[in-house]
Design a protein around this ligand. Structure first.
Ligand code: HEM
Length: 458
C-alpha cells in the first residue's frame, strides 16, 4: 500500500461496533448492562489481552488466546463441557440433542448425524437454497427505489431453506407455527440467561421461560407429526436432512434415533442453523453497503459467474470473493458471539489458575477483534481471507472448533454464498442515513432495529 493509500485508509470510518465496557462494572452494573446488551459486559481490555478473570457471583475467565482455545475446545474437551447455563437455556427447546449432550450420549448422536452433512449430501440440497434466493430476489425487487429490512428478508429466506430440508412434506405442516415457536424460544428464553452465566442468584425471575411453553409445545407437536408421516412415506428421491437422519444409525452400536430424538435434533438444526445464517447474510449485506468498493468487486464476480440466474452448488467454488466477504463478516459479527464452558478440573490457562466450577467464556466477538491477533481489527477487509492467507485457526472461531465444531458449517457457508451472490448480482444496496444497525447480543449477535438498506436494480 502506498503512503497516500495508507493515510486515506486510516481515515476511513469503521463499521458499527458494540461499545465495550471500559471500567469494572461490579455485580449490579453487570446485571444491568447484561439486560441492555451482553456484549457490553466484555471489557474493551479483552480486545488487547489474552485473558481476563473476575468474579460476579461465580468465578469467570474470558479467554482470547489461541493456545488456550485449542486446549478448551480440542485437547482437554472432557474437562470443559458446555456450561450449565448453556444447557439450562437450551434444554426446554431441544432436549438432550447433539448441541447439549455430553460424553457417550453426545458421541453416538454425532456419529449418526455426521454422515448427514457430507459434502455430497449438502450439495444435493442446494436447489432448495437456489429457490430461496430467487424468492428473496422477488421480494426485494418489490422494494426497489425504497429501503427494506434485509435482516427480516434473510430470516425469511433461511427459515424457508431449513424448514424445507427438515420438516417439509408432512401433511398439514404448519411452517408458521414452527417459526413462531422458534422465534419465541430464541428471543425470549435467552434474555435472562446471560445473567446466569455470571452467577446471578437463582431467584432472578425467569418469567419469559414460562411464556415460551405454549409455543414450544406447538412446535414439538408439528415436528413429531412430520416425522411420523415421513417414516410412513419413506425417503424422497433426493433425501433431505430428515430422510438422512431417519435412515442413519450409529456405526458402532447400530442404535437409531427414536421420534423424540429425531425431533430434538431437527429442532436443533432449525434453531442453530437458521438465524445464524440469516445474521451472516444480513451483516454481509450491511458491510457491502458500508463499503461500496467491496460491493462493486463482489458484483463484478457474481455477474460474471451467474449471468443473471440464481447461484447453484456448482457456482460456489467460482465465487471466492463472495466467500471472503462472508468469512470477514463472520469475523466482525460472529453470530455465536460467545461460547461458555464450566471447568471440571484444576487447570492453568495463560498462567492463570482455573478451578473446578469456574465459568470459562470464549468471547468470540473480542477474540476476532483482538489487537494482538488481528492487524487493525475493527476494519472491514475481506482481503484478510484472500488466496494463500489463512488466519491462525484458533484465533478465528465463528463455528467453534475441535470435536464439537459446528456440524452445519458447510451447509451454512454454501447457503450464504448462494444467496449473497444471487442478491449482489441483481441489486445494489446502500446505507440509510441515521439507521445503522446496532449489534446486540441475545443468544446470537443481532442487529437491533434490523438492517435497513436502500435497494436499486444493479
Ligand atoms: C453461519 C451459521 C452458523 C454459525 C455461526 C454456527 C455456529 C456454531 C458454533 C459456534 C457452534 C459450537 C458451539 C460450542 O462449541 O459451544 C455450533 C455448533 C452446532 N451447530 Fe452451528 N452454526 C451455524 C449454522 C448451523 C447450521 C446450518 C446447522 C444445522 C443445519 C448447525 C448445527 C449445529 C449443531 C448441531 C451444533 C452442535 C454440534 C455438536 O456439539 O456436536 N449450525 N454452531
Amino acid at each position: 500500500m502506498s503512503q497516500t493509500a495508507r493515510i486515506i485508509a486510516a481515515q476511513d470510518p469503521l463499521p458499527v461496533q458494540v461499545p465495550l465496557a471500559t471500567e469494572p462494572l461490579g455485580v449490579l452494573g453487570s446485571f444491568r448492562s447484561a439486560r441492555r446488551n451482553v456484549l457490553e459486559l466484555i471489557p474493551e481490555l479483552a480486545t488487547h489481552v489474552p485473558i481476563i478473570s473476575g468474579r460476579t457471583g461465580k468465578r469467570w475467565h474470558m479467554v482470547m488466546d489461541p493456545d488456550s482455545n485449542r486446549r478448551i475446545l480440542r485437547d482437554a474437551l472432557d474437562d470443559y463441557p458446555k456450561s450449565d447455563v448453556t444447557k439450562m437455556i437450551l434444554r426446554p427447546g431441544i432436549g438432550e440433542s447433539l448441541f447439549v449432550a455430553e460424553g457417550q450420549h453426545w458421541h453416538w448422536q454425532r456419529r449418526v448425524a455426521a454422515p448427514v452433512f457430507t459434502h455430497r449430501n449438502i450439495a444435493n440440497l442446494a436447489p432448495v437454497m437456489t429457490a430461496a434466493a430467487d424468492r428473496a430476489s422477488a421480494r426485494i425487487a418489490a422494494a426497489e427505489g425504497r429501503a427494506a429490512d434485509l435482516f427480516e428478508e434473510m430470516v425469511t429466506a433461511t427459515f424457508e431453506v431449513i424448514a424445507d430440508v427438515t420438516l417439509s412434506g408432512g401433511e398439514g405442516f404448519d411452517r408458521a407455527a414452527v417459526h413462531r415457536g422458534i422465534n419465541a424460544y430464541i428471543s425470549e428464553t435467552a434474555k435472562v440467561s446471560l445473567l446466569d452465566v455470571l452467577g446471578a442468584p437463582a431467584w432472578i425471575p425467569r418469567l419469559n421461560r414460562l411464556f415460551t411453553t405454549q409455543a414450544l409445545r406447538e412446535m414439538k407437536e408439528v415436528a413429531d407429526r412430520v416425522i411420523d408421516a415421513r417414516r410412513d412415506a419413506g425417503p424422497a428421491p433426493v433425501p433431505d436432512l430428515l430422510d438422512l437422519l431417519l435412515g442413519g444409525e450409529d456405526g458402532k452400536t447400530g442404535r437409531r434415533m427414536n421420534t423424540a430424538e429425531l425431533r430434538d435434533n431437527l429442532l436443533t438444526f432449525i434453531v442453530a442453523g437458521h438465524e445464524t445464517t440469516a445474521l451472516t447474510l444480513a451483516w454481509s449485506l450491511y458491510l457491502c453497503a458500508f463499503d461500496q468498493r467491496v460491493q462493486d468487486r463482489a458484483r463484478t464476480e457474481a455477474q460474471a459467474v451467474l449471468q443473471g440466474r440464481a447461484a447453484t452448488a456448482e457456482d460456489v467454488p467460482h465465487l471466492p470473493y463472495i466467500r471472503q466477504i462472508i468469512d470477514e463478516s463472520l469475523r466482525l459479527y460472529p453470530p455465536a458471539a460467545f461460547l461458555s464452558r464450566t471447568a471440571q478440573k484444576q487447570d492453568r490457562l495463560c498462567g492463570r489458575e482455573i478451578r473446578p466450577g469456574d465459568t470459562v467464556i470464549l468471547p468470540i466477538y473480542a477474540l476476532h477483534r483482538n489487537h494482538e491477533l488481528w492487524p487493525d481489527p475493527h476494519r472491514f477487509d475481506p482481503d484478510r481471507f484472500g488466496p494463500g492467507r489463512k488466519p491462525d485457526r484458533f484465533a478465528y472461531l465463528p463455528f467453534g472448533d475441535g470435536p464439537r465444531i459446528c456440524i452445519g458449517a458447510s451447509f451454512a457457508v454454501q447457503e450464504a454464498v448462494i444467496i449473497l451472490s444471487t442478491l449482489l448480482s441483481r441489486f445494489r444496496f446502500g446505507l440509510v442515513t441515521g439507521r445503522n444497525p446496532r449489534p446486540v447480543m441475545i443468544l446470537t449477535l443481532r442487529p437491533e432495529g434490523g438492517v435497513w438498506l436502500t435497494v436499486e436494480r444493479a
